[in-house]
Design a protein around this ligand. Structure first.
Ligand SMILES: Nc1nc(=O)c2c([nH]1)NC[C@@H]1CN(c3ccc(C(=O)N[C@@H](CCC(=O)O)C(=O)O)cc3)CN21
Ligand SMILES: O=c1ccn([C@H]2C[C@H](O)[C@@H](COP(=O)(O)O)O2)c(=O)[nH]1
Length: 324
């Protein structure tokens, strides 16, 4: 039995049983707990859930997208990954250039009104087609703002020594260099929260700050996640950061240690309760292993085919609506 997965199931159960009923930005309603921590020992196996199928391809393409420094959804769409569509779509339908059917509150209305849902799905697939095929449209409406990828690879700020110069910081390259040259450092930090610009993004970064740590020949990391959708987002976040630790460990010559996952507002949406109860009633399977192509010599050169899960068996996927 995997202690790694058990912690997730225990946290979900605690939130179901003791969480505060709390309204939220999306209008869905949640049960919420403030402050929680899980620790995944990456030596135990790769911590992807086995009590439901988690689509690892989506996790890989999202992480490669962050590592490209990309904050335009075209790359995701090219990889058949639609997990960010709604937030770029929201920008489009609230812009003055959108003249189609009214999309106010599309996330909630699509769940309760089948007729509207059909119109919404049509508009979304037109949007996706245009992001993929129309460069001008993609440049205007494909971006999700100053979050993750952009801040990881190209954090811009004014040079304090020269008013007319802008500094560009590659936090991931600095992190790799830092781990190689000063592994004892307590400053191995990646931030995805620029207080000036991030709050204006369609969805301000949820995984806000991570710290890396080297001891006993092993690389660990801790993530502070300000807001955590326990059923849909957190399984992705656990696998994504675990994959990132493996990739950075491979590039810096360390074994993998722990992924420590610290959550702020940890919530289960009211329309995920039945799904999580189903999941809690299921058996666990042994955790898979991760394979990374050892020929890859830079963190920025991994492709989809260089990353594989070995022996992933799980219970079937469970569908749930995402709160927009
Ligand atoms: N409410 C909410 N929860 C999130 O987890 C979340 C957001 N919003 N907004 C931005 C990103 C996008 N993320 C998402 C979005 C959707 C799924 C999702 O629907 N996952 C399905 C599979 C989807 C598919 O096959 O395309 C799942 O079963 O895991 C997961 C993560 C994580 N984030
Ligand atoms: O990586 C992610 C991204 C998003 N989420 C969830 C957490 C919340 O349910 C929403 C964001 O809503 P806010 O009102 O901005 O907090 O998305 C996640 O769990 N993981």
């Amino acid at each position: 039995m995997s202690q790694n997965e058990q912690q997730y199931l225990d946290l979900a159960k605690t939130i179901l049983e003791t969480g505060t009923h709390k309204s939220d930005r999306t209008g869905t309603g949640t049960r919420s707990l403030f402050g929680a921590q899980m620790r995944f020992n990456l030596q135990e196996g790769f911590p992807i859930l086995t009590t439901k199928k988690v689509f690892f391809g989506l996790i890989k393409s999202e992480l490669l997208w962050f590592l490209r420094g990309d904050n335009n959804i075209r790359f995701l769409l090219q990889n058949n990954n639609h997990i960010w569509d709604e937030w770029a779509f929201k920008n489009w339908v609230t812009s003055s250039e959108y003249t189609g059917p009214d999309m106010t509150d599309f996330g909630l209305r699509a769940q309760s009104d089948p007729e509207f849902n059909q119109i919404y799905q049509e508009q979304k697939s037109l949007f996706v087609d245009k992001i993929l095929n129309d460069d001008d449209f993609m440049e205007k409406f494909g971006y999700i703002g100053e979050v993750y990828g952009k801040l990881w690879r190209d954090w811009e700020n004014q040079d304090p020594m020269d008013q007319n110069a802008t500094l560009h910081t590659d936090q991931i390259q600095n992190l790799i260099d830092g781990i190689k040259t000063t592994p004892d450092s307590r400053r191995l930090i990646v931030s995805a929260w620029n207080a000036g610009s991030t709050p204006n993004a369609p969805l301000p970064s949820c995984h806000v700050l991570s710290q890396f740590y080297v001891a006993d020949g092993k690389l660990s990391a801790q993530l502070y996640q300000r807001s955590a959708d326990i059923f849909l987002g957190v399984p992705f976040n656990i696998a994504s950061y675990s994959l990132l630790i493996h990739m950075i460990a491979a590039q810096t010559g360390y074994a993998v240690g722990d992924f420590v996952h610290t959550l702020g507002d940890a919530h289960i949406y009211n329309n995920h309760v039945a799904q999580i109860e189903t999941q809690l009633s299921r058996p666990m399977h042994p955790l898979p292993k991760l394979w990374l192509n050892p020929e890859v010599k830079s963190i920025f050169d991994y492709t989809m085919d260089d990353i594989k899960l070995i022996d992933y068996t799980s219970e079937p996927a469970i569908k749930a609506p995402v709160a927009v």
